[in-house]
Design a protein around this ligand. Structure first.
Ligand code: COA
Length: 165
């Protein structure tokens, strides 16, 4: 098991770099203009999404993985009911993939949401993010409706109940 820690403002630049590297997987598919918009958003996300707790795993040469977790009451109300917890911007460096880090970070978010008394945890993902989608479904997330298209991709909201198992 890798150690997950809360990241701070000192890590924001590294978080931006890691997210840009991870999501560059989709640059070709969405095209140059959309990638510029997405890449700029990713680079600035840590500084802008002030309601997030940013959790990550450090490697020998920098960050290996990150996730943004929003406590119940702090989720983006354009996407989720405010009282849900939510997770966004899960990303793993290419060199650290296949070691279970994204599962571990998603489990960390679920545990934290439970600890904070949330009844539901949500996330959103797109048709391009097939690896992540498979993981979320195996972890009990279910589709909870369509979201507006973005970057030329279909997006869905997913939810997972935290009541019971
Ligand atoms: C998707 C991503 C987060 C996966 O990270 P990872 O740490 O390599 O994933 P893990 O090692 O934890 O594997 C997670 C699951 O996906 C499976 N998986 C991993 N890579 C896979 C691949 N290339 N194809 C199919 N399944 C794969 C694993 O078998 C594992 O399944 P299980 O836990 O149910 O047994 C990473 O590839 C990434 O950062 N991609 C770009 C950004 C992105 O898409 N983020 C998600 C946005 S919603």
């Amino acid at each position: 098991m890798s150690t997950i820690e809360h990241l701070t403002a000192a890590d924001h630049a590294a978080v931006g770099c890691l997210l840009r590297e991870a999501y560059a997987d989709y640059a070709e598919r969405i095209g140059l203009d959309a990638w510029k918009r997405l890449g700029d958003g990713l680079a600035q996300a840590a500084g802008q999404l002030r309601d997030a707790e940013i959790a990550g795993v450090r490697g020998t040469a920098g960050l290996d993985a990150v996730v943004f977790y929003f406590p119940p009451g702090k989720s983006d109300e354009k996407i989720f009911p405010r009282e849900w917890a939510s997770l966004r911007l899960l990303g793993v460096a290419r060199s650290a993939r296949g070691r279970g880090l994204s599962r571990q970070l998603t489990e960390w978010c679920i545990a934290r949401a439970r600890q904070q008394g949330a009844a539901e945890i949500g996330l959103h993902t797109s048709e391009a993010m097939t690896t992540a989608r498979g993981l979320y479904e195996r972890m009990g997330f279910v589709v909870d409706g369509d979201l507006p298209m973005n970057f030329g991709l279909r997006y869905w909201r997913f939810r997972r109940s935290l009541e019971g198992g």
